[in-house]
Design a protein around this ligand. Sequence first.
Ligand code: AMP
Ligand code: ZN
Length: 114
Amino acid sequence: MTDCLFCKIREREIPADIVFEDDDVLAFNDVNSQAPIHILIIPKQHISTVNDVDTGDEPIMGKLFSVAKTIANQQGISEDGYRLVVNCNEKAGQTVFHIHMHLLAGRAMTWPPG
Ligand code: AMP
Ligand code: ZN
């Protein structure tokens, strides 16, 4: 997707503070962090929203969780805890239409979310 912000980050057309990368997944710091640690974890493959996930995407969707666990270990937040969020479409607050998992940590989280 040529005009997708996160595809452009994947292609290094837009700079980002990358904290993890492998063949399938990229993770980088959110530019507008909502917690002391706020990292976005994306599949390199362009999938717009959760509504666009199909059964063939199950391995990569599962991998987002294992990468979240790896990053949490690297950041030293596994025991204190962290929140993983995926927004789907406008009413949930999705603003970038390349599926991504938010990893938030470093402060107490409230429930319900806003
Ligand atoms: P969402 O609202 O769930 O679609 O999340 C999109 C996130 O992308 C927001 O938290 C933004 O702050 C973040 N964001 C937007 N542009 C960039 C960028 N260039 N680099 C890193 N994060 C970004
Ligand atoms: Zn994309």
